[in-house]
Design a protein around this ligand. Sequence first.
Ligand SMILES: C[S@@+](CC[C@H](N)C(=O)[O-])C[C@H]1O[C@@H](n2cnc3c(N)ncnc32)[C@H](O)[C@@H]1O
Length: 266
Amino acid sequence: MTELESEAMEAEFDTVAGWTEEAVRALGAETAIPAGCRGSGSEGALRWLADRLALRPDGRVLDSGAGVGGPAAWLATERGVRPVCAEPMAAAVRASRRLFGLRSVVAMGQQLPFADASFDAAVCLGVLCTTSDKAGALRELRRVLTDGARLGLLVFVADGPLTSAAPEGNEFPSEAETRELLAAAGFEVLEVTEADLADSPEEWTRAADAVDAEVERRHGQDPAFVQAQQNSGRVGRLLSDGSLRPWLAVATAVATGRNARDTSPN
Ligand SMILES: C[S@@+](CC[C@H](N)C(=O)[O-])C[C@H]1O[C@@H](n2cnc3c(N)ncnc32)[C@H](O)[C@@H]1O
């Protein structure tokens, strides 16, 4: 397994990922996508991004930091694409393969095991704030995308000081910093909005809540559960008091000439 920047994050993104898979198996396949998207957005946020990614059924789509694969599975079901997932936590990768049949690989976003210009679109949802090397992760996304490809992002941004403790290991950029990082990596921001994280159908929320309750029933006493709850509770508090904003953006990979066809005479 690849290491994250804190033990609490590994509890949240590895151990709890495995428990989520277990709970989905106990409760039924219809809970899988809602539970698999719990780590980040809402169905409304996914729809907003998907509508702007210029997806084609035969297009090559990457989800970097895919977690257990809920968003990638939603894209496959709703938009007919076959995404490839990259995610550092082995239990999450296993869950994405077994729950959704996704093609998933264990990899850090800063070291993607793909050739240059391998993808026509990518998403990276709720990931940038979990790594201090944001520039490296964005540079790598640019490298594996073709010129003109679209990138969909969900970033929890903080434009001022936080009013309470940040979850361990997280570093929230401001919107201005995120825009600078994107430009430096070779992306041009096309459109942004603020996600409404409550913007999911009622049955989706009910299913995700049921999986959370099942995980708690089975593992509520485990120190990893307590640690993961504390971390996600901190994000929840910062979002509800407005210290953090769920920022959605679609950006285009600016042409570098690197993967353009060579038309020079010699
Ligand atoms: C909040 S979760 C979001 C998961 C998924 N994208 C979703 O929207 O449901 C953040 C994910 O980023 C992953 N992650 C953390 N550091 C990363 C890095 N350096 N590169 C790629 N992924 C990373 C974590 O393991 C975790 O699965």
